[in-house]
Design a binder for this molecule. Sequence first.
Ligand code: DAH
Length: 352
Amino acid sequence: MEKIKKDVEKIWKTSISAIETLENLEDIKKFHSTNLGKNSDLSAILRNISKLTISERKEIGQFANKVKENISNNLKQQEEKLRQTLYDKEDSETIDTTISGYKLNTGKTLSIGSIHPISAMIKLIEDTFAVYGFEIAEGPEIETDWFCFQALNIPIGHPARDMQDTFYIKEDELLPRTHTSSVQIRTMQNNAPPIRIIAPGKVYRNENSDSRHSFMFHQFEGLVIDDKSNLKDLSNILQGALKRIFDNENIRLRIRNSYFPFTEPSIEIDCSCIFCDMKGCKICSNKGWLELLGAGMVHPQVLRNVNIDPNKYQGFAFGTGIERLVMIKDRVDDTRLFYENDIRFLSQFRNI
Ligand code: DAH
């Protein structure tokens, strides 16, 4: 009996001091199963007390259970302690998840990509016009002659077609659209007024590439049709929108006469030069004004072409090149830079 008690005491002591040295939660788990489980020394001793008297068995049993409880409590405390140090460590360690990774086997950091300046400008235009209630509309890049020209009051043989020569895929039938104005027609055909849309996208023209021309570029089109919208509304909306797009509160607009077959009257809108505040500089060729958009009241014939009654409804349209807006805003002097995928150029737009 005394020997057994001594053995239990020995196990108790060694367990308690062993617990203090446990360093992680995995060790705690292992310790629990080897020292308190069915195959532990303690359990083995308790299985071998059959030779003892009933009262001795009881005494040893109670003692051993107390020891077990005490070991188990000590183990729990140690576990708590380990968990707390883990939490404290987590709190004190700040992990910067924005640091870029490394290229495999080079030790060089990966460079972070950026949104293409044209995509960024499209997003800015969409977000800006959303403030004025404009929805985003899309149309196909391959159009029929009717959507691209005829419905816009540019019949076959009309001289205005010369300005927008393109690549015909099938003679007189399908062509890469030359402007986003085709989306006006598609939208009016499928929706009853009131209509308020903005339609950004790619357009194609038969141009030789130079610093200001490309066979593919981007435009956005705006269209408002209801029973009262007029050029004063257009000018108010554009004034607000351009302030936001160019991030410049002092913008003023100038409206000039123009001609487009699909608007009557047609206008051209210039904005005060955002670089010199109209004093005259290189960017505005000393004029103080930058040419920005074509616009006008939608021609009654265009409305008739899409079965909208021009006696009931009216509205305005506007359109311009997106590259041009980025070139003005970020002083890019060659439109070809947008399509060359040169990281030295693109990485300069990281913060848009
Ligand atoms: N589609 C014209 C172009 O590509 C731009 C334009 C002018 C759009 C006047 C319009 C507008 O909606 O009213 O040159």
